[in-house]
Design a binder for this molecule. Structure first.
Ligand SMILES: Nc1ncnc2c1ncn2[C@@H]1O[C@H](COP(=O)(O)OP(=O)(O)O)[C@@H](O)[C@H]1O
Ligand SMILES: [Mg+2]
Length: 578
């Protein structure tokens, strides 16, 4: 995406309020015109004075009055108009900034887990805040300055030819030279600035990564080395940033110099033309004013181009994220799943993360409603991926996953996921109250329902012990609770949702044996009356399962009940013996 198309895209974000935006542009056009009236009127007054003087007559107020009044009128109109435009633009920019942020947030929350696995959350947050802030500044300066500047440069500047073409030609030449010098510098800084942005992104990722792992940083006494690593990034950033700043300093000096030079040239040429009777004193005054005004406009434009180039990398990233389309999305004719019975069937299902190696291959089975299935096998054998295919973290590259005889891709994602409760290894609680965390399972749950879910998840006791009961805040990711407590809350959350299908992905692996025993009770409650898939390593959990699937290299290599598999004396028997 070129910088220009980034800019156009930024302006297109105003589309929902297009009418207001166009009105502001039109108002800018009028204001830009009005600004040109002032130097012209000023020149007229000077001419009137000099001609009266040279003819020997005395100047009367009545001659000056209409011009002075017109001048005052245009001046006041410009000031009032700019204020009104500025105010409207301010409000518009604020509204759009927040709207764009919420659009981004909404979009990112819906991106697949595979996307989030690869992009750091700190980076996503930074991109959201900085992208929206950059757009805000660009919109505001578009309406307050650049729109008028562009109009002045592209409409008004050529129009001065009509007024005095000789002086106008010089002005146009000076402005063009200025333009080329600036473009040269901009080209120079472009790649340098991109490097700066890469270091900026690294800074954000690194910092939020460290902040997210403070316990590790402290217990491994890594604070110093983490700070050191950050300082290294900062050094790189500065080293990349400084040359860019030098180039921009060149532009500032060049523009100051060219402002002085232009005014001087206009004056000298004007004086020369005046001696030959080709320009009046008033015209010289008008054009020196034009020159000052236009150079001011140009400086603004250069500042804007500078800013745009600095922000373009951020904006590109912002838009790139906005353009990431979830690979898993509703089909056009997707229908609501309603409440499913929970008969789950996999038919020759295969999936690959990289398009080369299959992480899951040829998986086929049917799980009847209410059945409990345990998935075992070494890490990386494809258990999580298989269950991910069930709640559509991704779609299979071959085969079909169906529930109650319907391909799950025919259901809307929301209605499918309403039917499946997932308990992850990491309980993932929000930094909100226990009640709010539970209500994620069922927003309109009654207090009695919440109490029952806590009871069944073996969580009622420890919740009652909390200082404020279910109103207790649990800290970032539930940090104020122990691992077992967090996990019981996440089971209660899934129970409240009351789905016909449950998935436990190593929900008990991180817990000690004592805690696991308690959780086992919670699990038994959760399993009752639902089709359940449990990935687990502990025998206690697996023994109660109706069937066990043994995974190896992405495929099911053995299946059967605990006793059957032990009797078979195959891989599972070996695992169980160990
Ligand atoms: N997000 C991912 N991107 C790429 N490869 C992945 C991803 N998640 C898992 N894999 C790979 O897919 C295979 C199966 O992983 P997984 O289903 O998580 O195994 P399990 O749950 O049995 O430990 C492994 O080889 C793993 O490295
Ligand atoms: Mg796993």
């Amino acid at each position: 995406m070129s910088v220009l198309s980034v800019y156009l895209r930024v302006l297109r974000q105003l589309a929902p309020e297009a009418k207001l935006a166009y009105a502001l542009v039109a108002a800018n056009l009028v204001l830009a015109g009005a600004q040109f009236a002032e130097p012209i009127l000023f020149g007229r007054i000077i001419d009137l004075m000099t001609t009266t003087q040279s003819t020997g007559a005395t100047l009367a107020w009545s001659d000056l009055l209409p011009l002075v009044l017109a001048w005052a009128g245009f001046g006041l109109f410009s000031i009032g108009g700019s204020m009104a435009v500025g105010l409207r633009a301010d409000r518009l920019a604020h509204r759009r900034r927040l709207a764009v942020m919420s659009q981004y947030f909404d979009h990112v929350l819906n991106l697949p887990l595979s996307f989030h696995a690869n992009v750091h959350s700190g980076r996503l947050l930074q991109s959201m805040l900085e992208g929206a802030a950059a757009m805000f500044t660009l919109w505001l300066s578009f309406f307050r300055e650049h729109c008028a500047s562009f109009l002045a440069l592209f409409l008004m500047l050529p129009a001065t030819l009509l007024y005095n073409w000789r002086l106008a030609s010089l002005l146009i030449v000076m402005v063009t030279v200025f333009y080329f010098v600036t473009t040269f510098v901009v080209r120079r800084t472009e790649t340098l600035q991109a490097m700066v942005e890469r270091h900026n992104a690294a800074l954000a990722s690194r910092a939020s990564d460290a902040l997210g792992n403070v316990p590790v940083v402290q217990s491994f006494t890594r604070a110093q080395s983490e700070s050191q690593a950050l300082k290294l990034i900062i050094d790189d950033l500065l080293a990349a940033q400084l040359p860019v700043l030098s180039w921009w300093a060149v532009v500032v000096v060049a523009s100051r110099a060219s402002a002085t030079l232009t005014v001087l040239c206009i004056f000298v040429l004007g004086a020369y033309l005046h001696m030959r009777g080709l320009a009046s004193i008033g015209e010289i005054v008008t054009f020196t004013n034009f020159a000052t005004m236009l150079i001011g406009r140009l400086e603004q434009t250069v500042g804007f181009v500078n800013f745009l180039f600095q922000q373009s990398a951020k904006l590109r990233e912002f838009f790139a994220i906005l353009d990431t389309h979830p690979v898993v999305a509703d089909r056009l004719d997707a229908k609501d799943a309603g409440r499913l019975k929970g008969k789950v069937a996999f038919e020759n299902v295969g999936f690959s993360y990289d398009g080369k190696r299959l992480a899951v291959r040829n998986v086929s089975f049917v799980a009847e409603p209410g059945e409990t299935i345990a998935l075992v096998g070494s890490t990386g054998s494809g258990k999580s991926t298989t269950l991910g295919l069930l709640h559509r973290v991704f779609d299979p590259v071959e085969g079909i996953v169906s529930i109650d005889g319907v391909d799950i891709r025919d259901f809307t994602l929301t209605s499918l996921r309403r039917n499946i409760g997932v308990v992850f290894q990491e309980p993932m609680l929000f930094a909100r109250s226990i009640e709010e965390n539970l209500r994620i399972g069922k927003p309109d749950a009654t207090i009695a329902e919440i109490a029952l879910a806590l009871e069944r998840a073996q969580a009622a006791n420890f919740v009652a012990r909390q200082s404020e009961g279910i109103a207790t805040e649990v800290g970032e990711r539930g940090r104020t609770l122990s691992g077992g407590e967090r996990q019981r809350l996440s089971i209660a959350r899934a129970l409240l949702k009351d789905p016909p299908i449950m998935v436990f992905d190593e929900a008990t692996s991180a817990l000690d044996a004592e805690t696991e025993k308690q959780i086992q009770k919670a699990l038994d409650a959760a399993i009752k009356g639902r089709t359940t898939f449990i990935i687990a390593h502990r025998l206690a959990t697996i023994r109660n399962a109706d069937r066990i699937f043994v995974f190896e290299n992405g495929a099911i290599v053995e299946s059967g009940s605990f006793d059957e598999l032990v009797k078979q004396g195959g891989r599972f028997a070996a695992l169980a013996a160990a």
